[in-house]
Each structure stands twice: as C-alpha cells, then as structure tokens.
Design a binder for this molecule. Structure first.
Ligand code: NAG
Length: 430
C-alpha cells in the first residue's frame, strides 16, 4: 500500500530548484486586472471590494453526506464577501433559495457510474434523494494513512477532482484564478489576495501544500489549492486527449488530489510548493517554531488552515476574517495572538499533543520534572489513565481531552519566540 508521507531530502533539493525557478519568473511590477463579468453573488455593502477578487472563482468541494451540515456556516462567514463562488458536490440540491450545489460527477461515463462500487452512494442518492443516506454513510470514520476507505462519501470524493476543472471553467470561464477548498478548510482571503497579486496570471500556476505518494508530488486537497486559468485549461485539454478521461487511472488510485497533480504534471504544470502558507492542520496543531522544507513559518503569511469544524470556522472568522485589518497576518501574529495566550504552566483536561519521548511517571509534577531536566523540552503531557508522560521539543496548543493534563515551559517558549524576532520583511512564496 502506498503511504502518504511528508517529503524529505530529495524534496529539499526540489524546493531549492523550484524557488530558483520561481524567482526567475517573478516580474517586478504589479499586474493589472481586466474588468470581469458581473459577480455570481452580489456582495453585501459592508464587504470590501478588490479588483483581483472579482477575477477569482472559489470552489468549495463537498458531498451530499456533509453538504447540509458543514457548508451553511461558510455561506455566512468564509464566503460572505466572495463575489464568485460555487459549491461542487455529487448531487444537485438547494442550500439556500438562491444557491444550488453542482453535480460534478454527472459528466463521467455512464458505465463507470452504473458499475463501479465507489458510486453505490451516488446511485442510491440519485435514485431516491438524500433520504437514501444510511447511518453508515454519515458516520465520520477515522482517517488513516490512506484516507477513509470505509467511508462511502470519501470513496466517491476522489472522482470529483478531475471533472471539477471543467465545471469550474463552465461556471466562470473568465476567472484569472480558481481557488479550491473543502468544507473543513479556512482561507484568510486578505492574505491570499496579496499573495496572488504577485503572480503573472498569463502563466500556468498550481499552488498548494506539497504532498508525496510514492513518486507523485501534488497539492493536498483539504489544505486548499489554487490554479491559474491557463493551468486549468491545460489540464482540461490534456484529459480530453486520453480515451477514457483518466477514469481507469483514477479507479486504480485512492487519492483524487494526487491524480489531479499527475494530470497537471502531464499537462506541463509543476506544483509550486506553498507550505507553510497553505496548511494541512488547524492553528492548534501547527508547530510554530520548527523548520519544514527549509522554511521557518514565522514570517510567512497564513493563507489556509484545515480540519476545522463549524465552530472552528466561526472562531477563526472572528479572529482573522473581515476587512480593515490592514496588514498581512503572519504566522508570528497567529502565535502571539491565538497560541501564546493558551500556553500556560498547567492546563488540566487538555492534550497538547506532545509526541516526543515517553516515560512512565507517578504524577503530573514528575512529568513536569522530566521536561524541566531536558534543556530543549518545550511541553509535556501526562495521561492520568496510564501514567505515561510524553515530552516534546515542538510547540503545539492541542485540544481538550478528559484524562490528560498538559503543561508548557513558558519561559523557554518566550525565549524561542524572542529569538525568532520581529518580521521586518514578509516572506512570500513566489
Ligand atoms: C490515555 O491512556 C489510555 C490508556 O492507555 C488511552 O486509552 C487514552 O487514549 C489516553 N489518552 C490520550 C488523550 O492519549
């Protein structure tokens, strides 16, 4: 079985090469934006206007198993001030009196839809409506290194990645950018706009959080990814050239986002590695200090988070959404404003996800002692049920957990944050 894993050494070399290439592509002057067609969703007057925003189509990809529970929060928060967006799904249904989902799977071959077991859910819902959903369809089963193989909605989802490019072009043929997100993705629009302004949209761009399966490198779907129109068009053309529209290839692979990466690669569109601007985790599960892929997140703008439920989306919208904030929000800002206030010596009923060395101890105090004696230890967690004490040199916030107590070495953390300093310059990718 292929396993999903972050990239390592070869990856590092590739990053340097990519950065070098990107550097050479950058033009010094800001780009102007053509006036675009009228917005799909007229904005409330309280929303800021932005020339580039009118030239972006935002696609939220969902499915009938979650559309009614996970999408509505986005309509009043994340998407409220987005003039052009569409909800792509596996079933057409109204979400509001003026907004319907699209079925992006209807263009796949009838034989595939009629026979492939992945389409069992699709066939049932198309025959009898959402009432045909069973408790097993709605069960949010746990994620594994190869996704959620027991989840019917998840198995169907991989089929959306390739046909959704055509649907996106049909919905807004003149967009400069196509931004793809999911129901548990959060995007900081202000930062995204400032980022996208730096690119020449007459070129093919594929921006996303790099992932690797075997030797394929692609943008992780849930982190959100962005394609320029020439990139979307190239992929659509390329797919048309194959006799079965890549259906066999998708059938044989478990990850739809990976297949999209392969199609784009085939179409001559390389991935621009966008970590840490685009993230696979929520703010509480991010390590704010460490380097990854030769980059330290600290002075990079935050563009996306992932794995947020409706409450998380609403919370982030309150903290980072809206207009008038002026500056670009950097990882450092998120650390100082959202993370540091949650970091304290002792936090009962809390799991800070420390996942370094584990020892058995008698008490929370003893666990703290282990961390105190280890010069680089930043945090520890004591599991009251089994007496295990885990320490870590990384810094994370974590989440509530009944049988665990967590603590942080606040002085050490402040010292590290201090040494990373202020950000006189914003780091950008591309
Ligand atoms: C604490 O330990 C028990 C027993 O090993 C385990 O079942 C539980 O999941 C642990 N809690 C956490 C939050 O790791």
């Amino acid at each position: 079985m292929p396993r999903l894993r972050p990239l390592t050494l070869l990856a590092t070399l590739l990053t340097l090469f990519t950065l070098y290439t990107l550097h050479n592509h950058l033009l010094p002057t800001p780009f102007t934006h053509k006036p675009s067609s009228p917005p799909l969703h007229p904005l409330p007057l309280s929303c800021p206007t932005h020339a580039l925003l009118n030239n972006i189509l935002v696609v939220l990809k969902t499915g009938v198993t979650e559309s009614r529970t996970k999408v509505p929060i986005h309509l009043t928060t994340t998407l409220r001030c987005i003039p052009n967006y569409a909800i792509f799904s596996d079933y057409i249904e109204p979400l509001t009196p003026t907004l319907s989902t699209h079925d992006v799977l209807s263009s796949l071959s009838p034989a595939l839809i009629a026979q492939n077991p992945d389409f069992d859910l699709y066939r049932r819902v198309h025959a009898a409506g959402p009432s045909a959903l069973t408790p097993a369809d709605l069960n949010p089963d746990t994620n594994t290194p190869i996704g959620k193989p027991n989840n019917p909605g998840w198995k169907l989802d991989k089929w959306k990645f390739l046909p959704m490019l055509e649907t996106a072009l049909a919905v807004k043929p003149d967009a400069e950018w196509y931004v793809f997100m999911e129901a548990d993705t959060f995007i900081v629009w202000e930062n995204l706009l400032r980022w996208l302004e730096r690119f020449d949209t007459s070129e093919k761009w594929y921006l996303g959080n790099q992932m690797q399966i075997v030797d394929a490198i692609f943008a992780h779907g849930g982190s959100g990814f962005i394609l320029s129109r020439p990139a979307v068009e190239a992929a659509v053309e390329r797919r048309k050239m194959s006799s079965d529209g890549w259906e066999r290839a998708v059938m044989e692979h478990w990850a739809g986002d990976c297949m999209l990466g392969l199609l784009l690669e085939d179409a001559g569109v390389p991935l621009t590695w966008a970590w840490p601007m685009v993230q696979i985790a929520p703010p509480g599960e991010m390590d704010y200090f460490s380097r990854g892929y030769e980059k330290r997140p600290w002075c990079y703008p935050v563009v996306s988070f992932h794995h947020l439920d409706a409450r998380g989306v609403a919370e982030l919208e309150g903290l980072l959404g809206g207009s008038g904030k002026g500056g670009v929000v950097l990882w450092r800002d998120v650390f100082l404003e959202m993370v540091r206030p949650q970091v304290q010596s002792v936090r009962m009923g809390w799991d800070n996800l420390a996942d370094g060395d584990v020892v058995e101890v008698k008490s929370f105090a003893a666990c703290r002692g282990v961390c105190v004696r280890e010069a680089l230890c930043l945090q520890y967690r004591f599991n009251e049920t089994d007496g295990s004490c885990a320490t870590s040199k990384l810094l994370m916030v974590g989440r509530g957990a009944a049988d665990v107590a967590s603590g942080w070495m606040t002085e050490r953390i402040d010292a590290v944050a201090g040494s990373l300093g202020e950000c006189r310059e914003v780091s950008w990718i591309g």
